[in-house]
Every structure is written in structure tokens, then in C-alpha cells.
Ligand binder design. Structure first.
Ligand SMILES: Cc1cc2nc3c(=O)[nH]c(=O)nc-3n(C[C@H](O)[C@H](O)[C@H](O)COP(=O)(O)O)c2cc1C
Length: 318
């Protein structure tokens, strides 16, 4: 087995992987998910063109902590040379363990540029981009795709990118035109694993230990995206950990706020987290009454005062 294949082989065996989510899978969130057992994490997609043209100096929201371990950077591109150049810039700047090519984004703005899921309709170009990436860096390259653009062609696509040199494939079990409608089709994902000789990681609708277990039985790696928002402990739960108590969740949300404040500055960092804070408490009786207050917190103190006013005991300290 090549050195590059080993990284993914080893990492898909235990637990789940934090899937890329633009605007969410930033350094603080990746850190928390990693602590709960996410076996690696993928940044949101980075535009090769913006990076190489100098319009963007690095990863925007998802920039890593200095020395952040197990970082996989996702690139979107429609041009092999730009992709290769972007990978060289990013490798030097951030020292990731792997690159991932986005072949799944269904957003019009991205597809119209020939990027993301548009590559599912141009497998020749997708292969050229993969080849250019593989030749430009000495770390593994993976590709994250959908079942197809409008029709299912994922097996053909997977074989094409494996021939071009990817070390792993992640598949979101929907076509691009399905966006997020319907259910992710894990049977189709399992067929991909039978057709190629690299690790295959499934993505779509994993939001509980039970759904993780169900799909894991198929021998696939498992990615979690939306199911981890406001519930980063899902990475521990899928490995047998108990769900946290209300006090633990209060302290975790508090920690997330402080990490965001340190990373982005308090005003921006707290504001960015407002949407997720409500989710932290959604499985608790107190969730619905807390939510309208949580979406209005503007500072760490607001959060502290809110917790003190809502709970009779001080849940912020152990
Ligand atoms: C807000 C959001 C942003 C996303 N951004 C990306 C992205 O940058 N790159 C990518 O490959 N997939 C992206 N995805 C897709 C997810 O990685 C994942 O494949 C999809 O959400 C299905 O998994 P889930 O049901 O666990 O959410 C995004 C999904 C969401 C909800």
C-alpha cells in the first residue's frame, strides 16, 4: 500500500470525520470536534483562482490554527494548473495532511464557473485537475463528489479520479440537482466502495449514533456535517460515549464562544456563533425558551448572564 493511501485507510476505521461546511468548519469548531474524536476534519472549499490571482491571501473563514493537526484542505477549481499552483501555496502556508477536490458543490455561482458538481459532467477535466494536484504536492489527494449532476454517474466518476491518483473518495449520497432534498442514498455509496480500491467515505443524513452504526456496517468511512452543528459531541457518541449533561453542554457552548472570541475578536466571534448556540440546547427541555435569547447574545458576558439568569445553579463552573 502506498504511503498516501495509508493515511485515509487508518483514519476511516474509527469514528467519524467532520465534513466540510462553508462558514462553519472553522478552526475553533474543528478543534472541538477533534477533541470529541472526529478522526480528521476538512476545511470549507477554497477557490484556487482567487488564491493564485492574489485576490485572496489564504483560507477565509476556515484558516487553521498554527500547527493545527490532521488538517485536510478542500480546493475548488476548474483549471488544472490553477489547482496545482493553489495546492503549492496552501501546502507551504498551512502544512495540511491532504488536499480534497470539491466535485459536489451544487451552488449556481460555483457550477457556472465549471467548478464543484459541474465536474461530475466533465470527468476528463476532473481527472486532469486530480492529476495536476497529485503531481504538485507530496501529500494525498481525495475528491468529494455527489452521486452525479442530474443523473447518477458516481461509479464512473470514482473510477476516473482513482485512475488519476486520488487516495480516497467521499460521496454525498444525492445528485447535485437534488441539493439537500430527499434522503441520502447510502446503497449507491456502498456500490462505489465495491467498484474502486481506495477508501470510500459516505456523507449524508448521519445525525445520531444509530444512523452512524447503520451505515458503518457497510464498511464505509462516515462523514458528519449538519448533524455536528451544535452537537460536536456526536463524534464521541458514535464511539460509545454518553451524551453530555445540561451542565456539560453549558460549559461546552461557553468554551466555543471563548474560542471564537479569541480567534475572530469578541464581537465578530460571538455573532458568528449565534445560530449554533440554539442548537447546543435543542435536545434539552430548556432549549425552546433559551433560543430567542441565544440568537441575541453579543458578548461573552451576555452569554454568562443569560446562563446565570436561566439556571438556578451556576452551571458555568464544574
Ligand atoms: C452549510 C453547509 C456548507 C457546506 N459546505 C461544503 C463545502 O464547502 N464543501 C463540500 O464538499 N461540501 C459542503 N457541504 C456538504 C457537506 O459536507 C455534506 O456532504 C452534506 O451536508 C451532507 O451531509 P449531512 O447530511 O451530514 O449534512 C456543505 C453543507 C452545508 C450544510
Amino acid at each position: 500500500m502506498t504511503k498516501t493511501a495509508t493515511f485515509f485507510q487508518n483514519r476511516i476505521k474509527n469514528g467519524a470525520i467532520l465534513a466540510p461546511m462553508a462558514g462553519f468548519t472553522d478552526a475553533p469548531f474543528r478543534k472541538i470536534c477533534r477533541e470529541f474524536g472526529s478522526s480528521y476534519a476538512v476545511t470549507e472549499m477554497v477557490s484556487a483562482k482567487m488564491l493564485v490571482s492574489g485576490q485572496q491571501s489564504g483560507i477565509k473563514v476556515g484558516a487553521p490554527y498554527p500547527g493545527e493537526p490532521d488538517l485536510v484542505i478542500q480546493i475548488f477549481a476548474a483549471d488544472p494548473q490553477l489547482a496545482a499552483e493553489a495546492a503549492r501555496i496552501l501546502a507551504k502556508k498551512y502544512n495540511p495532511v491532504a488536499f480534497d477536490l470539491n466535485m459536489g458543490c451544487p451552488v449556481k455561482k460555483i457550477v457556472n464557473k465549471g467548478c464543484g458538481s459541474a465536474l461530475m459532467r466533465d470527468l476528463g477535466l476532473a481527472s486532469s485537475i486530480v492529476r495536476a494536484l497529485v503531481n504538485s504536492v507530496d501529500i494525498p489527494v481525495s475528491a468529494k463528489m455527489r452521486l452525479g449532476f442530474d443523473a447518477v454517474n458516481v461509479i464512473e466518476a470514482a473510477k476516473a479520479v482513482v485512475d488519476a491518483g486520488v487516495s480516497a473518495i467521499a460521496v454525498h449520497g444525492r445528485t447535485a440537482t437534488q441539493k439537500y432534498y430527499g434522503e441520502a442514498n447510502w446503497d449507491e455509496i456502498a456500490k462505489v466502495a465495491e467498484a474502486v480500491n481506495v477508501p470510500v467515505i459516505g456523507s449524508g443524513d448521519i445525525n445520531s449514533p444509530a444512523s452512524f452504526k447503520e451505515q458503518r456496517k457497510k464498511g464505509l468511512g462516515v462523514m458528519i456535517a449538519r448533524g455536528s452543528l451544535g452537537r460536536p459531541w456526536i463524534f464521541g457518541e458514535v464511539q460509545g460515549d454518553a451524551a453530555p449533561t445540561l451542565g456539560e453542554v453549558v460549559r461546552l457552548a461557553y468554551r466555543h464562544i471563548r474560542l471564537n472570541a479569541d480567534w475572530y475578536g469578541e464581537q465578530r466571534g460571538v455573532k458568528m456563533l449565534r445560530g449554533q448556540l440554539g442548537r447546543y440546547f435543542s435536545s434539552f427541555r430548556e432549549g425552546p425558551s433559551l433560543k430567542p435569547h441565544l440568537v441575541r447574545v453579543s458578548s461573552i458576558n451576555d452569554f454568562v448572564n443569560l446562563m446565570k439568569s436561566q439556571f438556578s445553579t451556576n452551571l458555568l463552573s464544574d
